[in-house]
Design a binder for this molecule. Sequence first.
Ligand SMILES: [Zn+2]
Length: 117
Amino acid sequence: MDDETTPSRRAALEAQRVHLREEIVAQGADPDSDEVTFVDDRGFADRSHSTEERSRLISVSRALRSNLRDVERALAKMDAGTYGRCERCGGPVGEERLDALPWAMLCIDCKNEGVDA
Ligand SMILES: [Zn+2]
């Protein structure tokens, strides 16, 4: 990991974190909770949302939050000095992969083995 790449990756991760939090709030969910419940059920109280719409919002929120957790974990790894290392095999995640996916936790080989991370 060279010293010039890390600050730009950190900036990308921090921008993504802000973006995801805004998206989660826009869905009416709480970015700081792992519960897939809605802050105050606003938008649902008037019954304008169908059951399908509600379950769609829940799955969108869940995906956004899962991404947010990865981003936060990547930032924590930067602080710990372990950023860019595969969580499974300990090898490098790879610069190209991190360019495309700065919050990637696994190298492409481990990812292809179907580990859900
Ligand atoms: Zn690996």
